[in-house]
Write a protein that binds this ligand. Structure first.
Ligand code: NAI
Ligand code: COI
Ligand code: MG
Length: 383
């Protein structure tokens, strides 16, 4: 009998979701055995899988059924894979989309803060499309606001609007609104300053203050907080420049803080510093149960083939051990295990190139096996 039990609400979702979360669950079992802790995982439905199940059961069609939200609220942590796919790309008015489940769980759990650490692994320097010397000294933390801005504004379509069509005819008009309160901005930027004070002491606040009012408020808050943290160097950067700087000179960044949409886009871009989107984990923190998920989506193009990279999902477990359970040694061993496996030359398809030998190429579950074995070796050496 383990000394402690943690309840994990696991959300496989769609596409490659079930394949990658299976590896994370196996790793959690190994961590539990090594640390005398039980991780009681309970699968729940979200996204397209939830839409299908609720429709088949004749219930209200939902991408986040009430039972899933209740289980997430009651759990000690949530581990999510990804949602979405072409099957549910219904653009008709009122159609339920898988992504609504993701946004709803973030909002309902009060997860306003999304952390996306971007680490460059020595062994993967040649997997990045960037010139290797550009990767020297890269170690950045993207802090993304997660429950405000465009994704949570009003979304509306108007039909038959005078002059909105081609050549002055009547046509459709679409509206998405972006709103931010000072309070929503402050809690995220403050977290960034606190994190920077424990890291290299630089906060880059990314906005579009030359155009957007929400960005001008964002910038004012940044300046105010910068005065509260004299030991942290605070700067502003316009988002278009930042997108360029991330590939031209990525090592200048320490903590990069930005609003929801900019953070979504910049983090996918930054993932290529690591070599693959399949490497980027994330932690979503706030007032309710914390949620951990890869930064990528459900990758429908490779779903069901057993070739997805499970590392972003596995590193999400690392973040869970650190932030939710203060199991820093186990978290270090998970991170170290990933590094050991990459150093030994093992590669999933997204990380491989023409020089990767056939016998070093791994499927999703084989990569899971290697990381679990490396974790067990590290945990044993520590015991
Ligand atoms: N958090 C979530 O659940 C997210 C869901 N989505 C949804 O996912 C669906 C697909 O979106 P896409 O634009 O294709 O983005 P995506 O992130 O799913 O895939 C982009 C590209 O990266 C590759 N990729 C992603 N994860 C990978 C992994 N672990 N291993 C190897 N390759 C990987 C994919 O094969 C694809 O070529 C959409 O329905 C979208 O809305 C997108 C982003 C986040
Ligand atoms: C699917 C979106 C709602 C979310 C997204 O792309 C992300 O969180 O990275
Ligand atoms: Mg995204």
């Amino acid at each position: 009998m383990a000394s402690k039990t943690y309840r994990i609400c696991t959300l496989p979702g769609d596409g490659i979701g079930p394949e990658i979360i299976a590896e994370a669950k196996r790793l959690l079992e190994a961590v539990g055995t090594a640390c005398d802790v039980e991780f009681a995982c309970e699968d729940q439905l979200i996204g397209g899988a939830a839409i299908d199940a609720t429709r088949e059961a004749g219930e209200d069609v939902s991408a986040l059924p009430p039972a899933t939200l209740a289980a997430a609220e009651a759990a000690d942590a949530v581990l999510l894979a990804a949602v979405g796919g072409p099957k549910w790309n219904d653009t008709r008015p009122g159609a339920v989309r898988p992504e609504q489940g993701l946004l709803a769980i973030r909002k309902n759990l009060g997860l306003y803060l999304n952390l996306r650490p971007v680490r460059v692994y020595e062994a993967l320097r040649d997997a990045s499309p960037l010139r290797e010397d550009r990767l020297d000294g890269v170690d950045l933390l993207i802090v993304r606001e997660l429950t405000g801005g465009l994704y949570f504004g009003e979304h509306r379509r108007e039909h038959g609007v005078e002059g909105a069509g081609v050549a002055g005819a009547a046509g459709d008009k679409a509206v998405d609104t972006m709103e931010y309160s000072e309070y929503e901005i402050e809690r995220v930027i403050r977290w960034a300053y606190e994190a920077a004070a424990r890291r290299d002491g630089i906060v880059t606040s990314v906005d579009k203050a030359n155009v957007l009012e929400t960005s001008r408020l964002w910038r004012e808050v940044n300046h105010r907080l910068n005065e509260e943290y004299p030991d942290v160097e605070g700067e502003d950067m316009l988002v278009d420049n930042c997108a360029m700087q991330l590939v031209a000179n990525p090592s200048q960044f320490d903590v990069l803080v930005t609003e929801n949409t900019f953070g979504d886009i910049l983090s996918d871009e930054a993932s290529m510093l690591t070599g693959s989107l399949g490497m980027l984990a994330s932690a979503s923190l706030g007032t309710g149960t914390a949620l951990y998920e890869p930064s990528h989506g459900s990758a429908p193009d490779i779903a069901g083939k057993g070739i997805a990279n499970p590392i972003a999902q596995i590193l999400s477990v690392e973040l869970m051990l650190r932030y939710s359970f203060q199991m820093d040694d186990a978290a270090d061993d998970v991170a170290g295990a990933v590094e050991d496996v990459l150093n030994a030359g093992w590669r999933t398809a997204d990380l491989a190139d023409d020089d990767t030998p056939e016998d070093k190429r791994l499927s999703t579950s084989q990569m899971g096996d290697k990381i679990i074995a490396a974790f067990q070796a590290r945990a044993q050496a520590r015991a």
